[in-house]
Design a protein around this ligand. Structure first.
Ligand SMILES: Cc1cc2nc3c(=O)[nH]c(=O)nc-3n(C[C@H](O)[C@H](O)[C@H](O)COP(=O)(O)O)c2cc1C
Length: 193
């Protein structure tokens, strides 16, 4: 199913987004490693627009974050070990300036941080699943994000569980998916169709 067209490190095809997770607590240190990897992502002007608000399962912080997810995501993310909300600062202070100016790359850079997270989680024996399916008002209220921060997504992190533990309608989707051919998404010199 996941055969790369060209030689790449195995982590890129081994990472995928399962929904079945084992509902176990995870060590605080492991989650901090995952966030640490995200911290080292590149960003425009090294502005580091990302912010992470996390909650471990079975802690008081879990419920407000979990309750912001849509019902479909709640149906499986209830078994995650941790939830991490990713927000990004829509403005930055350019080098040599003092006032804030719009940062056109805030989401692009938060996406790079998310990719670092997912790959570090894989390396630590965990899986990640990003979710855009949340109620933005509830999430902002839950994590206390200031208005100038965009809410990017919530990431469920856990140890992968058996497919059979999922609600029936999600079991059929519990497999690594594919990608468009490289020839369809990359062009030498000039865009073509
Ligand atoms: C920003 C973003 C938002 C996503 N939102 C959801 C979501 O709300 N619910 C869900 O089940 N999957 C969600 N996904 C998972 C994608 O469907 C998945 O990453 C994509 O199909 C590629 O599969 P893979 O991650 O297994 O390689 C989201 C992924 C990303 C990157």
């Amino acid at each position: 199913m996941r055969n790369p067209e060209h030689a790449i490190h195995a982590m890129f095809t081994q990472r995928w987004s399962p929904r079945s997770m084992l509902a176990e607590p995870m060590p605080a240190e492991t989650l901090l490693s995952i966030l640490e990897a995200a911290r080292w992502a590149p960003s425009a002007y090294n502005a580091q627009p990302w912010r992470f608000v996390y909650a471990h399962r079975d802690t008081p912080e879990w419920a407000p974050l979990f309750n912001a997810l849509n019902p479909m995501n709640q149906s499986w993310a209830r078994h995650a070990s941790a939830l991490v909300a990713i927000a990004s600062d829509e403005a930055m202070v350019l080098p040599g300036k003092t006032e804030r100016t719009p940062n056109r790359w805030h989401s692009f850079d938060a996406g790079a941080a998310w990719a670092h997270m997912a790959l570090q989680a894989l390396h630590s024996g965990y899986v990640c699943h990003a979710m855009a399916g949340f109620d933005p008002d509830k999430l902002r209220q839950a994590i206390g994000a200031p208005a100038e921060f965009a809410l990017e997504c919530v990431v469920a992190i856990g140890k992968q569980g058996p497919k059979e533990a999922l609600p029936a309608e999600l079991q059929a989707r519990e497999a690594p998916n594919g990608r468009h051919p490289l020839s369809q998404i990359s062009y030498q010199g000039r865009w073509h169709t």
